[in-house]
Design a binder for this molecule. Structure first.
Ligand code: HEC
Length: 143
């Protein structure tokens, strides 16, 4: 009788242990799946946010960028992006006596002042493509 009771409670104890283990396993699997999902999401955002360097190059050499009507394009003063190779990681720019806190702002500074166009929407495809082109300059083989 006592032995049976003991056995019973032992079973209960090991039973609980097992189900606790199961719960833990499920938790681990759940968090693993969640992290995989998070990584996928981050990757897809990264790709969605990156522009097309080839299109950016065309815009860079387009004198009508930002609706400008002059003869100058970005490429007139920065032929083949010359001088812009090292700015990919730059966080602060100082153009025209002002401070720009991003590459997008610096680009717009030149769009407005150098080629007399209208500032591009920093979130537009054109801006993303230009940024992608300028960032691609740091890899000399791509040119
Ligand atoms: C009339 C000549 C001229 C034109 C056209 C021009 N820029 Fe510039 N740009 C400059 C000068 C001058 C500077 C400041 C000197 C420097 O840092 O190279 C500069 C600086 C920059 C910088 C910051 C460089 C740094 O090292 O901080 C970026 C980015 C840039 N230009 C992008 C562009 C883009 C994009 C276009 C086309 C919309 C463009 N520029 C058109 C003359 C020009």
């Amino acid at each position: 009788m006592i032995a049976k009771l003991l056995q019973g409670s032992l079973d209960t104890i090991t039973g609980t242990r097992n189900s606790e283990k199961e719960v833990r396993k499920v938790k681990i699997i759940k968090s693993a799946l969640l992290s995989i999902a998070a990584v996928c999401l981050a990757v897809s955002f990264a790709f969605a946010g990156s522009g097309d360097a080839a299109k950016g190059k065309a815009l860079f050499n387009d004198p009508n960028l930002g609706g400008a009507t002059g003869k100058k394009s970005c490429g007139t003063c920065h032929p083949d992006g010359k001088g812009l190779e090292k700015i990919a990681g730059k966080e602060e720019f100082n153009l025209a006596g002002k401070t720009q806190k991003s590459l997008e702002e610096a680009i717009n500074m030149c769009v407005e002042n150098a080629i007399k166009g209208k500032a591009l929407d920093p979130k537009s495809d054109q801006m993303k493509d230009l940024v992608a082109y300028i960032k691609s300059l740091k890899e000399p083989l791509k040119r």
